[in-house]
Design a protein. Structure first.
Lengths: 278, 376, 271
């Protein structure tokens, strides 16, 4: 039985695997070969040395940006999903429900486009604050740097995480939550201590997927922020477009993949140590 | 209503799209305006003259990245009998590379108008001999754009600019070297100004030891950057100028004019081409070696580089400098349209301070030197 | 007293909601403003001249916005179907069966998202040219499906994992075959999550342009390609309008899907 189940499992996963193998694994081999080949041919780590030498700052910058964006996204998504589940004022819940999803539909490149005119020093946001009298014109600063990238990522990814999280929260046993409320716990405590632990796996899936997505977006860092420092996707594009240097670009790609695989492994380990399923 | 339209077009798509007898695929590395130029202006004109031919115009994105994509696509098709593209519009760097790798056809002998373009740009692309493979579509130039309200007398040289930026921190912006060629051009201009012999960088021959002599220029540029704003790309610089967030920055002259015409720049913006000069470059028409429609492609390029089209389309509509020699346009254009091109940057400025980009190996050295010594 | 306190809290909540709405809607309003701004420059805080010139430009007779839109939507729908067809068995295997090297497979599906490189698309294009399928909708759908598969596989796996095993056991006990159990118990219970993952695959496909360029252009052109050119080139009006057009199918698709997800909608998603 056990053997046949393993076979069945492999059989079921085969079509999906075949697609990814044909369209990514196979071409990826060429990329890996180019990343590990020196200028004179033969195995070499030269491309990685160059990637590190020129872009070490950008590697750190990228990780910091993505991690910070994920944390902020998680926080906001928890607030939104928590309000949707535990909120008692139906106007607020209704408004929130109608609103929060919209950025989900905006492609990254459009989000970048929106943000670069919204967050600029004299952009719509600062102009609104100035017009409302909340701020003096001279105090206006531009957010078109790392803050702009984070803001765009959070804006775009929060609905995604919140959508998955709200769904998960809606499915947990209401009775425990009601009991908690009846015992006098505040809604915040119910959310943090009773509800969240039950939906941790869903939150983590959503965050890992967001993490990977943010890591691979080119348009946002390219359009929202200046190029020093910048994210790895921009460097990769630059390596290819300016020098036709695929080796270093691929080395950067390998580094990016290792970063996201790291995030995925942390998630998978946690899931497995728990109960064998995520 | 929209759902209805959507459903209709979806249905139409599924039923079938009638194919024309012949399709001419034109790929342009450039901004949307270049794609639209072929789609709305050249394409219909060509289709009228050649009934049964359909011109399809696709864009591959602005800057060298767009040319690189065309190169990659042609390279991927090396093993196929024909290529997807019949006419390509590419930058100098891409042209040099494609000629070297044998991806382009030597076609200009078959096109009469090739004789009208005799400038250096028609023969030499960043040190690669491209004569016979390309005809310039237009020339463009970078210059500093400034807000005349915020800045009465703009700096006239790179040295004056450096001083001015020191006194007025965060009023100058450029995009570094990523995300747009206007910043690259500024950096190249900086090296021309402070890195020693500019002529050698433009004409060659290449000497790998030269780059060591730029160390001081790069160190100064790093210092200069502390008081400069790094903008997100060509459009980013223009955008910040538009919002009054910076007072001066390097831009492409043609982009500047079309932004101004579109009302995306204040009317009081002006251009200044500082000495010892900033680079400009042409866009090229070329034909892939394995194009299935070489005859049509040549006819298309002949039309596109004819004096009348260059006058009406290139100069009047888009404010580009013509690709063929200017004297061929005489009589085809009213004086006002011609003068508009040279309002801020005079022909004298252009001939003195409009430079080509450095030859490819120096070009790469400058970019990598910048990454190594200025950015990281 | 309590009333004052709760009134105050209400006010606070309303204020928080308003601030939230501003940051959420602000960029979108900005987008809408740009789409009708004919002239807008400093020091004006709002467009100087409004008009529909750019809308006319996008929808001009020689423009192919509507045709590209139709192609984009058609490709996105097919991509969802392909991705779901592949991810339902894969997700089930990952969640329910004793699959060897499970973590390896999970991370493998992450690959197309996580290794962002045009180098890969060039090689894919090379293979497709040899097969003669480059420039077809089919080729573009395959590339998009591989790219979006991580969403559908990961979420489907999670959705299957969340289905109560006791229900499956009960079905088996009353004599249902494993396949029958799957189609009549497991799949319907996991369906909301799986269907929801379709939204993300759909959006992913509508967002993609690099792969489309290499395997589709010039025979297949999609709206995001147009958007990419306009946005990169700084043509804010055309980019904004294109973006607004793209919003329509996304929202319609979401509404369409939502009808299949009743009250407990996304209850099981990602569980």
């Amino acid at each position: 039985m056990s053997l046949s189940q393993r076979h069945l499992a492999l059989l079921l996963i085969a079509p999906g695997f075949a697609l990814v193998a044909a369209l990514f694994l196979y071409p990826l081999c060429f990329s890996l070969i180019s990343a590990f080949t020196g200028p004179q041919g033969g195995f070499s780590l030269q491309a990685f040395a160059k990637a590190w030498e020129l872009y070490s700052g950008d590697i750190v910058f990228t990780v910091v940006i993505v991690v910070a964006s994920c944390l902020l996204t998680a926080l906001l998504a928890i607030v939104i999903a928590g309000t949707l589940t535990l909120g008692e004022n139906r106007y607020i819940v209704g408004t929130l429900k109608a609103l929060y999803r919209w950025p989900l539909f905006i492609p990254f490149i459009v989000a970048a486009q929106c943000m670069r005119t919204f967050l600029a020093k004299n952009g719509l946001m600062n102009n609104t604050f100035v017009s409302l009298g909340l701020m003096e014109p001279l105090q206006a600063v531009s957010f078109l740097d790392w803050r702009g990238i984070i803001a765009t990522f959070v804006w775009k990814q929060t609905p995604f995480v919140a959508l998955l999280l709200a769904g998960a929260l809606a499915s947990i046993d209401r009775a425990t939550l009601e009991a908690g409320r009846n015992l006098g716990a505040s809604r915040l405590r119910v959310l943090v201590e009773l509800a969240l632990p039950q939906v941790m796996p869903q939150l983590l899936v959503a965050l890992v997927l967001s993490f990977v997505t943010m890591l691979s977006v080119l348009s946002v860092p390219m359009m929202v922020a200046g190029s020093q420092p910048t994210m790895l996707t921009v460097d990769m594009a630059f390596r290819i477009n300016a020098y036709g240097d695929y080796a270093t670009a691929n080395a950067l790609g390998v580094i990016t993949y290792l970063i996201s695989a790291g995030a995925a492994i942390i998630y998978l380990k946690r899931g497995m140590s728990k109960e064998g399923t995520p | 209503m929209r759902i209805f339209t959507l459903a209709c077009s979806l249905a139409a798509l599924i039923v079938a799209s009638p194919l024309s007898a012949q399709t001419l695929n034109v790929a342009s590395a450039g901004d949307q305006n270049m794609v639209d130029y072929v789609k709305d202006y050249l394409g219909p004109m060509f289709e009228k003259a050649h009934p049964g031919v359909k011109v399809v115009s696709v864009g591959t994105g602005p800057g060298d990245a767009g040319s690189q994509k065309i190169y990659e696509k042609l390279d991927a098709q090396k093993g196929s009998p024909t290529t997807d593209f019949d006419v390509v519009v590419i930058h100098q760097k891409g042209a040099g590379q494609m000629v070297k790798e044998g991806l382009l056809a030597k076609y200009t002998a078959n096109v009469e108008t090739a004789k009208l373009a005799t400038g250096d740009a028609a023969k030499n692309a960043l040190g690669t001999d491209v004569s016979g493979f390309v005809i310039p579509m237009f020339q463009s130039q970078t210059a500093l754009a400034y807000n005349a309200d915020m800045l009465k007398t703009p700096p006239a040289t790179f040295a004056e600019l450096a001083d001015w930026v020191k006194k007025n921190p965060k009023q100058f912006g450029y995009n570094g070297i990523k995300g747009g060629m206007s910043g690259v051009s500024f950096v190249a201009g900086w090296v021309y100004a402070f890195g020693g012999d500019a002529d050698k960088l433009i004409k060659g021959p290449y000497d790998a030891a030269t780059k060591a002599s730029w160390d001081k220029a790069f160190a100064d540029l790093k210092e200069f950057n502390k008081n400069a704003v790094i903008t997100p790309g060509n459009a980013g610089t223009l955008d910040m100028l538009n919002r009054g967030e910076i007072a001066i920055g390097p831009v492409w002259v043609d982009m500047f004019y079309s932004w101004q015409a579109d009302g995306k720049l204040p009317p009081n913006m002006k251009l200044k081409l500082v000495s010892p000069g900033m680079p400009g470059q042409p866009m090229y028409y070329a034909v892939p070696e394995k194009s299935a429609q070489k005859k049509l492609a040549e006819a298309f390029i002949a039309l596109a580089t004819s004096p009348q089209v260059q006058a009406d389309g290139i100069v009047k509509k888009f404010n580009w400098y013509p690709g063929i020699d200017a004297k061929n346009l005489e009589g085809k254009l009213d004086k006002a349209a011609w003068d508009k091109l040279f309002t801020d940057v005079t022909p004298a400025d252009l001939s003195q301070n409009g430079k080509p980009f450095p030859i490819a190996p120096y070009f790469n050295d400058i970019l990598e030197g910048y990454e190594r010594k200025v950015a990281n | 007293m309590i009333r004052v306190a709760s009134g105050f809290r209400m006010l606070l909540a309303a204020f928080a909601l308003a601030a939230f709405a501003f940051f959420l809607i602000g960029p979108l309003v900005n987008l809408a403003l740009w789409s009708v701004a004919e002239r807008w420059y400093t020091p004006y805080k709002l467009p100087v001249v409004y008009g529909t010139r750019y809308w006319e430009q996008v929808f001009r007779p020689t423009g192919d916005a509507m045709a590209s839109l139709a192609t984009s939507v058609w490709i996105a729908v097919l991509t969802v179907l392909v991705a779901l067809a592949l991810s339902i068995p894969a997700g089930y295997a990952l969640a329910r069966l004793r699959l060897p090297a499970r973590a390896f497979f999970m991370i493998l599906f992450l690959l197309p998202q996580a290794f962002p490189s045009v180098a890969i698309y060039i090689n894919v294009a090379r293979v497709f040219y040899q097969l003669g399928i480059n420039g077809t909708v089919f080729a573009v759908v395959l590339v998009h499906a591989a790219h979006g598969l991580v969403y559908s596989v990961w979420i489907a796996a999670a959705a299957f994992a969340a289905v109560d095993k006791d229900l499956e056991l009960a079905a088996r006990n009353i004599g249902a075959s494993p396949f029958k159990t799957f189609t009549s118990v497991t799949l319907p219970l996991a369906a909301p999550g799986i269907v929801a993952s379709g939204i993300f695959v759909f959006l992913e496909s509508l967002d993609e342009f690099t792969g489309t360029f290499f395997v589709g252009v010039p025979q297949v052109t999609t709206l995001p390609l147009l958007l990419y050119n306009a946005a990169m080139g700084g043509n804010y009006q055309v980019a904004s309008i294109t973006a607004l057009i793209l919003l329509v199918p996304s929202v319609l698709f979401m509404l369409f899907i939502e009808r299949f997800l009743r009250a407990d909608v996304l209850a099981k998603v990602g569980a």
